[in-house]
Design a protein around this ligand. Structure first.
Ligand code: PLP
Length: 437
């Protein structure tokens, strides 16, 4: 496992993150435990801010769906980033954290009336329209509230990316957005400028996730700028914002080679500026929506190893006290992770084992075939790069409570999400009168 951020091996030969010994973190906060390296997290935010916003023409909005809670909203606000939300729940969390609503963008392919109303009530900055049904309802809801709402239109530009099929969203056969190549995107622009209560502010596209080729982003920028010119010629509408989505890839294992954020910024900002000049258009503000690349590398999940089972001549299963409940990505996408034994961080690998969870599912495998020092019951297993799409995708299958989340920094750990208790698991259960005794 590659040590990233503030992760290091301390004098006891243990993995330490944010100056905290991971073995002590488990003693203090229990296991499994999501550990977020706050310094690293803030460094990632700053790298994005510097690369995109410092130029004056870019804006970075963090995609909440990667990892979100009240404390995270505070960090994002302190680091000067905006927020992308996709549900009333994420919106509510941002509001309860006191996040400035004008810096929030609301996404989603099927927002409910209640969510649209909530967004208008809160005074949200932008709503990203996905379809005509939503456009019409939002126009009506805003009208009834006596308000106008700034909108972007989500466009599917028809770009295929070299990434896992389930996390490709820019190709035209997609549930998201108005398709560009079929002419439907232009029809949507013509419709939105007719809506009295909606203000057309710009376009959005998101071509996928865990993308490593900067060329994909450059191409998306070019296709969108071409469309912006067409919009201007056909309707006279000015596109002030070009939101190019998220998707910047991170390192999960050694086969992943992420690009540099500064190169990413230079590529997209340069492409937008170049295309604008070529076409005689005003340069739109460029928005990017990183989620994974801000939170992902900064998270580590700590587990306690329980049973170790060797099927002679076949495989050795090492079971941990978590699994697909706290990290469904291997089961969902076949995602690969790296791991180490946190209390044997200096010991050389001596066996190849497979890490399994504790759910009643054969598919509950965290890592197939990982090289580790001898794994024994009671050891602490650390799995790296679990900061994005782990906590937010966690679930209570088998009535297993979600782990706690701690921020670590300068030798201190702070709980930002409490571990779910047994009582939390039955909190919403009700016994109807005829079953009471
Ligand atoms: C998921 C998503 C993001 C964030 O993607 P990452 O791969 O985590 O950077 C940004 N924008 C939209 C619309 C998304 O759906």
């Amino acid at each position: 496992m590659k040590l990233q951020g503030t992760a290091m091996i301390n004098e006891k030969g243990h993995l330490s993150i944010g100056g905290c010994d991971t073995v002590e973190l488990v003693q203090k906060h229990g296991s499994p435990l999501y550990v977020m390296d706050e310094t690293f997290l803030r460094d990632n935010c700053r790298a994005y801010y510097q690369a995109f916003s410092a130029s004056g023409n870019g804006e970075v909005i963090y995609a909440s769906k990667a990892f979100m809670n009240l404390a995270m909203c505070r960090v994002i606000e302190e680091e000067g980033l905006g927020l992308d939300v996709v549900s009333g729940g994420e919106l509510y969390t941002a509001r309860r954290a006191g996040f400035p609503m004008e810096k929030v963008y609301f996404h989603g392919n099927n927002k409910t009336d209640a969510e649209l109303q909530q967004a208008i009530e809160y005074g949200i900055g932008h709503i990203v329209l996905d379809n005509h049904y939503e456009m019409e309802r939002l126009n009506n809801i805003a009208g009834r509230a006596g308000r106008t709402v700034k909108v972007l239109l989500r466009i599917t530009p028809g770009i295929e990316c070299h990434t896992h099929e389930f996390i490709r969203t820019g190709q035209i056969d997609s549930k998201f957005g108005f398709p560009l190549p079929t002419g439907q995107a232009m029809e949507a622009i013509q419709a939105v400028v007719e809506c009295n209560n909606l203000i057309y502010d710009g376009l959005h596209c998101h071509i996928g996730s865990q993308i490593f080729e900067l060329e994909s982003f450059r191409y998306a920028a070019e296709v969108m700028m071409n469309f912006i010119e067409e919009i201007h010629q056909k309707t006279g509408a000015v596109t002030s914002i070009l939101n190019l989505g998220g998707g910047f890839g991170i390192r999960y294992t050694e086969s992943d080679e992420p690009a540099d954020i500064n190169d990413y910024a230079r590529t997209v900002l340069g492409a937008v500026q170049g295309e604008a000049e070529k076409r005689g258009l005003t340069i739109p503000k460029v928005v990017v929506e990183p989620g994974r690349s801000i939170a992902g590398p900064t998270g580590t999940t700590l587990y306690t190893i329980g049973s170790v089972k060797e099927i002679h001549g076949v495989r050795k299963y090492v079971a941990v006290d978590g699994g697909m409940n706290d990290n469904p990505r291997p089961a969902l996408y076949g995602s690969r992770y790296e791991a180490m034994i946190a209390n044997k961080a200096e010991q050389a690998a001596e066996e190849v084992v497979s890490i399994t969870g504790k759910c009643c599912e054969s598919g509950d495998m965290l890592i197939w075939d990982v090289s580790l020092p001898k794994a024994e019951s009671g050891d602490i297993l650390a799995v790296s790069s679990t900061g994005a799409y782990n906590y937010t995708m966690s679930m209570n299958y088998n009535r297993i409570g979600r782990p706690a989340v701690v921020f670590v920094r300068d030798g201190q750990s702070a709980v930002v999400v409490e571990r779910e208790s047994l009582d939390d698991l039955i909190r919403n259960d009700r016994i109807p009168p005829y079953l009471q005794r």
